[in-house]
Write a protein that binds this ligand. Structure first.
Ligand code: GLC
Length: 576
């Protein structure tokens, strides 16, 4: 481990190269336990991913645990996943295969079964001071006046009444997730100690969960307060000193202007990686409206003045819902009223909008404001579920194309792509959660089904939609690995085409010098064949017109007028 520290200190941007491609999975869905995991690494290696995010595995309450995000002991693995030795063997196996491992570290709260919470309930004052506990209802009311609810439908209110203490406990998320009080230095010290022991075990990446919430101040909205950034600096410094081979991936689901600051500055960096949440939203937005403009606007706005070690995590789907935080200014420019447009997206991805190809469900529906978010697997949201149910081969074909296109955009846009396990074989929604009383209240379990090994094992039967998806994504990964320009540090620019359905993006080195070193990505965001023109010379003063598609292998001449792209077809072009 010390050798690895030294190696990565010599190459501090080790995670920036184009071979760094992630996949996230639930251990129980993918392999049941760590003991079975080693054999399944072959599959992940075949796909080509080099970083693995294992969803929460620390000790958690048996029944209600928010998919593991309610942690009962930050130092031990839940026994249902295996022993310490099995976990260590898994880490070693990953290391041998050059796969980096990422674990969640939930900063904002513990479960109400954590030893600290149990001692607080038993009346120990020192442990009550690790949480926000009050017997004064006016304190609760004063907080509620300024602070929004995160789960308004499934867990309304920010406090939970505890009978044992005859008091209210701050529970921003679910009633069994007690917010930790970082004003008490013991909390920071113990959490840091717990974090570092995982770093010393060999974990490479920590996903810091729900960062913006970790500092509360009555009278404010208790989100993104300056003290949160101070704490992030402190965690980062502790890791840099003790385990410099590790990096932090931050989960900050906020408006874009609040996300970037969590990279910190060149002199005072915070997170190495941040989820590009808005990118994911605009992908789904663009797909529903068959128009590339939301993505174009987003790509143009990706801030490049981030610290040199920083990078975005780009993803199509993850374990959470899709919340419709699209760019309202762009929506207005396109002639959409933001409220109506949000209603359209909610219904489109629920499948209730007429002619929608999608099959999803609502999440946190608010009957007063009509606001909601959406859940569903990539494949079901892209039309595969509908196409299969209706035995409509053309619909199935279109769905496959949509799934591959979304992943292709993810592979090209600056940052690190992360695949959500199951999406690479087009896994459909799993409705069985509705029969499980520990899950039925939370529609996010719709896209957290068991990994379909039967389907994955048929991946060499190329007639199946699932196999077509697997091989297309595998190919995208191969191509990304061969193109250093697709590593996380590059410059992305978009260019005008004659049709809004066509996304045209140019990837150049970070220091753009108008050389021939570039890639051109052209993608049709619609199911209609498109004829269009694009003038690269206008923007890049280039003489070259002959390109080769790195995916399809065919030559494309940009002088051809017009160019033609089939339904959801894309080209990744390199000068021939
Ligand atoms: C993060 C997780 C989400 C969880 C929440 C509370 O947002 O991604 O799944 O419910 O934190 O821990």
């Amino acid at each position: 481990m010390l050798a690895l520290d030294a190696e990565r200190q010599g190459n501090p941007l080790w995670y920036h190269n184009s071979s760094f491609i992630g996949l996230m999975l639930y251990l129980d869905n993918f392999s049941d336990s760590f003991a079975n995991m080693e054999a399944r690494l072959d599959y992940l290696e075949e796909l080509g991913v080099t970083y693995l995010h294992i969803m929460p595995i620390f000790k958690m309450p048996t029944l209600l645990n928010d998919g593991g995000y309610a942690v009962s002991d930050f130092r031990s693995i839940d026994s249902r996943y295996g022993s310490d030795e099995e976990f260590d063997a898994f880490l070693r196996a990953c290391r041998q295969r050059n796969i980096s491992v990422c674990l969640d570290f939930v900063l904002n709260h513990s479960s109400d079964e954590h030893d600290w919470a149990m001692r607080a309930k038993a009346g120990e004052k020192a442990y009550q001071e690790r949480y926000f506990i009050t017997d004064d209802k006016s304190v609760v009311q004063a907080y509620e006046e300024h602070v929004n609810e995160v789960f308004p439908a499934t867990a309304p209110g920010n406090f939970t009444y505890s009978q044992e203490m005859n008091s209210w406990v701050l529970t921003t998320f679910n009633h069994f997730q007690w917010d930790l009080n970082y004003k008490n230095p013991e909390v920071f010290l113990d959490m840091t100690r717990d974090l570092l022991q995982w770093a010393n075990r060999g974990v490479d990446i920590f996903r810091f969960d729900a960062i913006p919430y970790i500092w509360k101040e009555w009278g404010t909205n208790s989100r993104n307060l300056p003290q949160v950034h101070t704490l992030m600096r402190m965690f980062r410094l502790a890791l840099e000193i003790v385990a410099p081979a590790t990096i932090i991936k931050g989960e900050v689901v906020m408006a874009p202007s609040a996300v970037g600051p969590y990279f910190g500055s060149q002199k005072a960096p915070e997170c190495h990686l941040l989820y590009n949440f808005t990118f994911m939203v605009e992908l789904w937005n663009a797909l529903a409206i068959r128009d590339s403009r939301p993505l174009r606007a987003l790509i143009e706005k990706i801030p490049h003045d981030i610290p040199s070690g920083a990078s975005w995590i780009n993803y199509v789907r993850c374990h959470d819902d899709i919340g419709w935080g699209f760019n309202e200014t762009v929506a207005r420019q396109m002639g959409f009223d933001p409220f109506s447009h949000r209603q359209f997206l909610i219904k489109f991805y629920e499948g209730s909008f007429e002619s929608s190809f999608s099959r999803g469900q609502l999440y946190e529906f608010d009957s007063e404001t009509l606001d909601a978010r959406n859940c569903g697997t990539c494949a079901s949201l892209c039309g595969l579920e509908k196409g299969l149910a209706e035995q409509n081969e053309w619909e199935q074909e279109l769905a496959v194309k949509r799934i591959v296109l979304l992943h292709a955009i993810c592979v090209v846009v600056s940052g690190i792509p992360v695949i959500y396990s199951g999406d690479e074989i087009g896994q459909l929604n799993d409705y069985s959660y509705t029969f499980d009383f520990t899950k039925s209240h939370d529609s996010r379990f719709l896209h957290r089904g068991k990994f379909d090994w039967a389907l994955a094992n048929q991946r060499h039967d190329l007639n199946l939609p699932s196999s077509k998806i697997f091989h297309a994504i595998k190919r995208l990964i191969e191509v990304r690995k061969q193109q250093y320009l697709l590593g996380s540090a590059n410059t992305l620019t978009t260019i005008e085409t004659s049709d809004h359905a066509i996304l045209a993006t140019v990837v150049t080195p970070l220091e753009r010098d108008y050389s021939t070193e570039l890639l051109l990505f052209l993608a049709n965001m619609s199911e209609f064949q498109k004829r269009f023109t694009v003038d690269l010379a206008l923007h890049y003063l280039l003489e070259i017109t002959t390109f080769k598609c790195l995916i399809q292998g065919r030559e494309v001449n940009l002088d051809e007028n017009p160019l033609i792209l089939g339904p959801y077809e894309f080209l990744l072009l390199s000068p021939a």
